[in-house]
Ligand binder design. Structure first.
Ligand code: GLC
Length: 799
């Protein structure tokens, strides 16, 4: 009897991990291991109820694919990096397989089949939930991971809620979301990359499945974190690494990085639904110049078109677009226009006729064209998963490009249509592989942006365009900037915007911004002022507002706000050398421009506290403290190190919480001790050449620090052929010197002189540049400065 009982307990334990049920009405896991064989870069395992491929994508990135039946040919719109890794060894023991790559260990337990990732020292970084692992529930495929007690989660891009996503769940299904509530989910983009943090470990997971997907970080359960999709393969990449920056670097090596944006794209951008007619656009441009508020880009929203037909102009409102754009150019402005995917069904309309004739529109399974209503009325929709359609769409920009348009704003590409329920069985080409909207929905915006990007870059004679999109999937950074859609004019939205922008950055998308002032509704003047002061410290900086709202220009809220706007926007232009170099870092390594403190201070619990979660570094060393417009004080957390308040150079030790004054005219901004911040004199637009002096602000620190200064022509792709200038700037406090490294690359700098400004230094006595004594000038406050000729050789400034 007793023996029988023990046997039955034993069997129950054994069965617990293996919960396959017949008839397909209940969920089932992949079951027990049966056998394995070697495949390129790894192994394929046959299990009771499926197959698993585990490959070393690189030394730090492991890919796991699983299917119930047969593997389909590999396919991804996000991944651009070929597999590079191999396991050093595969060890087969009775209870488990051990796969060792150069930097990671993967253990596969056999009964049931579960995957566990460890460091080479044997620390578990991430593991399947001991019984759940990879499983199916109908066509839904899921992977359940053991929830670590102290585990935190960041990432997934444009998601609302706390920056630490523990306790929350999210859906990926790109969604048109006018005036979304601040807790809405899903929003417009799907970026299925997140980072887990526990103990001393960090790891990343990228779930590359474009179907409707769910992520659960311990919401309504204490047992697991999970990712699942409505259909398709289990297909995820596991990233191991020492720190968050390395994970982002590897993730962006996998899915691509941004090219250098046009310098003018980093200027201030003014948008409205809509500026028309042409005379109003000219008045707008002139007002910016008259009021000396710098700006670079003016947007034309849907009213520039004839009856909202893409690639047309309204002949009454804009009778001579080329002349208008030329006039704006002479005032230092660029023009960006909106493009929506919906093509109006109208006999004789070129785009409609061509699309029909050449089979560019998506159809129902019975062959009937899919149509739905958007701005122009009834529309058909291009199939951007078809190379011919992409080429056709791209070529259609010819007229706009000939007219001088250089910015292309891809909207309504979730895809959106009135009613917000595009039927999921409409069909897509998927490069000949075929699929329905279930699989295409989340990549529609990515493929539209790609078509636009590829089409316009082909026709712009080596000039860089500005591409902007609302909907996106992983990899979008290769083609486009992203804005966070139709937010609203509230304080909560302003604060949320920082979280969205910083989370997008962690998820590989660095060129991001929110509609400054709030798109829907009208901000009170305090809100507009505060939002603008934060907005100038976001990578993509654009003010936008909805149809019929009151004016939202920087001067629309009275003189005080206008003065604040002038001061802050001007400061953004002064910071352009620093900002452009930060974009270079993201172009090279993927590290975002707006950096949540969780990137550099991952194991500091404070940075996850909701009251501090909005803070971020703009570039490597400028700390921004987004602050409600309803308060004149701000509670700040200063992480380890030292910090200088940017407006008055007051020094603060790090590792402390403090309260600072924060009137609307003075957003709390701090600079990291040891920072090197290259700046320039104020300009009104990037079309204006700065005065020839690059100003290097040095903030006294204790340890050696460096900054890579980068410059190029700001408008062509010649930097890819070596036409750039790069200098390593090193500040070494123990040695008491600054070294401006030798100029690398062929580009001749705009700056002939360097002015060095010292912040926080007590008395500097003698100072020499390359051994020759130089005169130090006393500046305002406690700064001192000196000027040296730039040249192209290294310069050592020692004191
Ligand atoms: C969408 C966009 C918004 C734009 C409007 C009209 O709502 O998100 O930015 O102004 O359409 O085109």
């Amino acid at each position: 009897m007793r023996k029988l009982r023990i046997l039955s307990i034993f069997l129950t334990i054994l069965m617990a991990g293996n919960w396959g049920k017949a008839q397909g009405r209940l969920s089932e896991n992949i079951g027990n291991f049966k056998s394995y064989e070697k495949i390129p870069h790894g192994i394929e395992i046959a299990a009771e109820r499926g197959k698993v491929r585990i490959t070393a994508h690189t030394d730090d990135v492991i890919r796991v694919r699983a299917v119930q039946h047969e593997f389909a040919p590999d396919f991804s719109y996000a991944v651009i990096q070929n597999p590079l890794g191999e396991f050093v060894s595969v060890n087969d023991e009775p209870a488990k397989l051990t796969l060792t790559s150069k930097n990671l260990i993967v253990e596969v337990t056999k009964n049931p089949l579960l995957v566990r990732f460890l460091t080479t020292k044997g620390t578990v970084i991430n593991e399947d939930e001991p019984n759940l692992g990879i499983s199916w529930n109908g066509t839904e495929v899921a992977c359940y991971k053991k929830l670590q007690p102290d585990e935190k989660f960041i990432g997934l891009g444009e998601k609302t809620g706390n920056f630490n996503r523990r306790g929350s769940a999210y859906e990926n299904w790109n969604n048109d979301n006018f005036a979304y509530p601040t807790n809405a989910d899903p929003l417009y983009t799907s970026l299925p990359f997140y980072i887990g943090i526990h103990g001393n470990s960090v790891y990343g997971i990228f779930f590359d499945n474009t179907h409707r997907a769910l992520f659960n970080f311990g919401a309504s359960n204490h047992r697991f974190s999970s990712f699942s999709a409505a259909d398709g393969e289990m297909n995820y990449y596991f990233f191991g690494g020492e720190n968050v920056a390395k994970l982002i670097q590897d993730y962006t090596a996998l899915t691509g990085r941004i090219k250098m944006p046009p310098l003018w794209g980093l200027g201030f951008q003014q948008c409205r639904w809509s500026y028309y007619p042409d005379s109003e656009v000219l008045t707008l441009a002139k007002t910016f110049r008259d009021k000396k508020i710098p700006a670079d880009v003016i947007y034309l929203d849907i009213h520039y078109m004839d009856a909202y037909k893409i690639f047309t102009w309204d002949k009454t409102r804009f009778p001579q677009p080329a002349e208008l754009i030329n006039q704006l150019k002479s005032m230092g402005f660029k023009v960006a226009v909106i493009v929506d995917p919906g093509i109006k069904v109208e006999k004789g309309y070129k785009q409609y006729e061509e699309g029909l004739k050449n089979n560019h529109f998506v159809k129902y399974p019975d062959g009937q064209l899919f149509s739905a209503d958007v701005w122009p009325g009834t529309c058909h929709f291009p199939d951007f998963t078809n190379a011919n359609t992409r080429a056709w769409w791209g070529a259609s920009f010819e007229g706009l490009i000939n007219n001088g348009v250089v910015g292309f704003w891809n909207d309504m590409n979730e895809p959106a249509a009135w009613g917000n329920r595009v039927p999921e069985f409409i069909e897509f080409d998927f490069e000949g592989r075929k699929g329905t909207l279930r699989e295409a929905h989340n990549i529609y915006g990515l493929q539209m942006s790609r078509s636009t990007y590829e089409g316009v870059t082909k026709q712009m004679n080596n000039k860089r365009p500005l591409i902007l999109t609302r909907a996106a999937y992983a990899g979008i950074q290769r083609y486009s900037a992203v804005w966070t859609g139709d937010n609203a004019a509230t304080d909560e939205h302003m604060m949320l915007a920082s979280n969205l922008i910083n989370s997008l950055g962690i998820s590989g998308v660095p060129f991001v911004g929110a509609d400054i002032g709030g798109f829907a509704g009208t901000p009170i003047k305090e809100l507009y002022a505060r939002w603008l002061t934060i907005g100038v410290y976001t990578p993509f900086c654009r003010s936008h507002s909805e149809f019929n709202s009151v004016e939202h220009e920087p001067w629309s809220f009275g003189e005080t706000v206008e003065d604040i706007a002038r001061e802050y926007v001007t400061e953004r232009y002064r910071l352009l050398p620093y900002l452009y170099s930060a974009f270079y870092e993201t172009h090279q390594k993927g590290i975002p421009v707006a950096r949540s403190l969780t990137i550099d201070y991952t194991f500091d619990e404070k940075v996850y506290q909701p009251e501090y979660q909005y803070q971020y570094l703009f570039g490597p060393s400028v700390l921004i403290v987004p602050t409600s417009s309803k308060t004149e004080f701000s509670k700040v957390y200063l992480p380890e190190g030292g910090w200088y308040k940017k407006d008055n150079d007051k020094y603060y030790e790090g590792n402390q919480e403090t309260i600072v004054e924060a009137p609307l005219s003075n957003l709390p901004v701090f600079v990291k001790a040891g920072a090197i911040i290259p700046m320039q004199e104020a300009i009104q637009s990037t079309a204006e050449k700065p005065d020839g002096t690059l100003i290097l602000h040095i903030y006294k620190g204790k340890n050696s620090s460096r900054f890579t200064y980068y410059e190029d022509d700001g408008e062509t792709y010649d930097y890819e052929k070596g036409n750039y200038l790069r200098r390593e700037l090193v500040y070494d406090p123990p040695k008491k010197n600054i070294v401006i490294g030798k100029a690398e690359g062929d580009f001749v700098s705009k700056f002939k002189k360097y002015k060095i400004v010292f912040h926080g230094f007590e008395k500097i006595g003698r100072i020499a540049a390359n051994g020759t004594e130089v005169k130090l000038a006393k500046d305002s406050g406690n700064t001192a400065s000196l000027i040296v000729d730039a040249g192209s050789n290294a310069i050592t400034i020692a004191w």
